[in-house]
Design a protein around this ligand. Structure first.
Ligand code: ADP
Ligand code: MG
Length: 343
């Protein structure tokens, strides 16, 4: 049997110490980390970007198919994604947890293994947090802090008419991973003897359980003197994000169905579930890609980057938000995707 140490044997301070004793600081900007009433950061003349997220068991994650290590990793990565979406570089995080005695010290250590793995990979420091009890479910709150050269941050509201709309990576994979896991969970609950059939689905499962933030895209922008005119990360599905960008920038848009980047494995998974890959790409959440707009003259700077797809362009607000389908029809894009009955 696996070892199980009750949290009570360590106590709150013992637990914090246990979870943070090997914490290493990587950034000069982390002046003071864990151990005092507050942490101290010096961003040496840069501006500070902050973003925070709250994750609740049963709402944002299901521990039945989410290993704690992956959860810790994902909790950090989704926050870093928000910092990158501001065109900033994340440097620190704080991590707060609400836990019950349902969790052992070993289980929380696993969670933190994932947290440290993400910190190392993305070069951020864990500089604090809070630990408290929750009656039952696990609660995780991560705050990410980043830096950006003065006034180089990129907002959602500053796209201009005629800009190119671009997206990184590919879309819909995480939603298909979720669909698959929910299906397997249902089968398991009905008959625990049946083993999950995840073979050939590693891509979509990975997209759900181990998302990455697009550090590479922000570094590419910096290396190529690109500043997008607007940007946000894709956490709720591209149609909802396009809506936000256009609404906040007072614009309309045209998105081309055939330009939506969809991974071969996602396409296959969609067909297997009887779903339309386009609908999955438009409405599926949790891809943590970046959507951004660029001046047309910057097109040459991105054309060779295979991780960036141009999916459309912005128009004036009166033209509305349109999806140009493969068949040549124009549909309105709505928050839940596109409404085929509302041309
Ligand atoms: P306070 O009582 O002043 O809030 P705590 O005892 O909660 O301080 O925390 C002590 C130190 O440990 C602080 O630096 C805090 O940021 C850090 N800390 C507390 N909980 C966590 C956690 N779950 N993960 C990382 N750091 C934590
Ligand atoms: Mg505290």
């Amino acid at each position: 049997m696996e070892e199980r140490t009750e949290i009570a044997t360590l106590g709150e301070f013992g637990l914090i110490d246990h979870l943070t004793k090997n914490n290493e600081i990587q950034n000069a900007s982390s002046v003071l980390g864990i151990g005092d009433d507050g942490a101290v950061i010096d961003h040496f003349g840069k501006q500070t970007v902050i973003s925070t997220d709250l994750l609740i068991e049963g709402v944002h994650f299901d521990l039945m198919y989410t290993p704690l290590k992956h959860l810790g990793y994902k909790a950090v990565v989704v926050n870093l994604s928000d910092i990158y979406a501001m065109n900033a570089v994340p440097t620190q995080i704080t991590m707060s947890i609400g836990i019950s005695n349902r969790f052992s010290v070993e289980a929380l250590s696993e969670l933190y293994e994932g947290v440290y793995f993400a910190c190392e990979k993305y070069g951020v420091d864990l500089i604090g947090g809070d630990t408290t009890t929750s009656p039952k479910g696990l609660i995780i709150s991560v705050t990410a802090i980043g830096e950006v050269a003065p006034d180089q941050f990129v907002k959602r509201s500053t796209a201009q008419k005629g800009d190119l709309i671009c997206v990184s990576g590919d879309l819909g994979g995480a939603f298909l991973g979720l669909t698959l896991m929910e299906r397997e969970k249902k089968i398991y609950l009905e008959n625990p003897a049946i083993q999950p059939d995840l073979e050939n689905e590693t891509y979509v499962v990975g997209r759900l359980l181990k998302p990455e933030a697009r550090k590479d895209i922000i570094e590419f922008f910096a290396a190529n003197q690109i500043i997008p005119t607007s940007m946000m990360d894709v956490s709720d599905g591209i149609s909802s994000e396009v809506l936000h960008l256009c609404k906040q920038s007072n614009l309309g848009c045209v998105i081309y169905e055939e330009k939506l980047p969809i991974h071969e494995d996602s396409r296959h998974a969609a067909y297997k579930f009887g779903l339309d890959p386009t609908v999955c790409a438009l409405n599926g959440g949790e891809d943590y890609e970046l959507i951004f707009t660029l001046k047309q003259e910057d097109h040459d700077k991105i054309v060779l980057n295979e991780e960036i797809s141009v999916i459309g362009y912005t128009t004036d607000i009166e033209s509305g938000l349109k999806l140009h389908t493969k068949g040549g029809n124009l549909f309105n894009i709505t928050a839940q995707g596109w409404n085929a009955f509302n041309q």
